[in-house]
Design a protein around this ligand. Sequence first.
Ligand SMILES: Cc1cc2nc3c(=O)[nH]c(=O)nc-3n(C[C@H](O)[C@H](O)[C@H](O)COP(=O)(O)OP(=O)(O)OC[C@H]3O[C@@H](n4cnc5c(N)ncnc54)[C@H](O)[C@@H]3O)c2cc1C
Length: 307
Amino acid sequence: MFLARRLLLHASRSAWLARQLADRPFLRRAVRRFLPGEDLGAALGAASDLAALGIGSVLTQLGEQVRSRAEAAAVRDHYLQVLDEVRRRRLPAEVSVKLTHLGLDVDRAACQEHLTALVTRASATGSTVWVDMEESRYVDVTLELFRRARSVSPQVGVCLQAYLRRTPDDLEALLALSPAIRLVKGAYNEPASVAFPRKRDVDDAYARLADRLLAQAAQGHARPVFGTHDLRQIAAIRSRAQRRGTPASGYEVHMLYGIAAAAQRTLVQEGARVRVLISYGTHWFPWYMRRLAERPANVWFVVKNLL
Ligand SMILES: Cc1cc2nc3c(=O)[nH]c(=O)nc-3n(C[C@H](O)[C@H](O)[C@H](O)COP(=O)(O)OP(=O)(O)OC[C@H]3O[C@@H](n4cnc5c(N)ncnc54)[C@H](O)[C@@H]3O)c2cc1C
């Protein structure tokens, strides 16, 4: 399992493999399980269906590590359009962005300006911008850009990854901001010096960080979001929240489109706040390889589509 995960994560960074495979019909069929479609219209349609069930959404256009200023500006413009469209359709939807998609590797200052523009628009339209966390080499700069965006408006949140050894310190340093934090386990290939290699250690770290966030939320000092499909972890979080006096409105559970859909509905019926992160776009290969790596058994689904 460990080897399969590493191989899939390695594959996610291969431009050659992406060119070989991304147009193959069997893979395109398989990816549809996690992707309502490649265009924004399909994502908005899925968000509207979820809204009817009492489930909010977070929209993200797939893409990362753009190589030109023009591409980054186009990504910013796209998200500005998404925020306007969400408002026009009165959808309970937020957006999530990767800073390398907004040009972080090309021009850091411009990336900051793009993020500020999105956060400003989100404030005006009653939405929120989430900043994804990418590989560990981006953590410092991501937190720095998040802090600057947070000084513009509270309508911005950042993702923290429980598998990183540094995350408890990062969380403590952010708490003074009363931040919106999306806690996830972590999806990238990282060396053992940087991230816990054993799943059990990652799960334990997740539980400790969740507890810390809930304690802050009980005093109104954080907006925690638990980005996970780990139902045991979610049940523990909910009972800890109850014990701490954090109301169900004080935190949210976010899951990915196409994963644990029945659990999303049950949670909503039980009074939990749930959002689904809906990805769309043509640049899905690296993202899909990470989804396969999270559950290598998903590879059988691809094989079934091939056959
Ligand atoms: C809303 C959201 C935002 C995220 N943002 C980021 C981010 O910015 N940066 C980042 O590094 N990671 C991000 N992730 C991914 C995250 O780091 C994990 O890789 C992913 O959520 C799988 O871990 P888990 O918490 O679901 O727990 P696990 O213990 O891995 O899984 C729990 C159970 O969920 C199910 N499951 C998990 N993944 C899959 C899958 N792909 N297919 C089918 N079933 C599955 C399985 O049944 C599994 O037993 C995000 C995840 C979510 C839900």
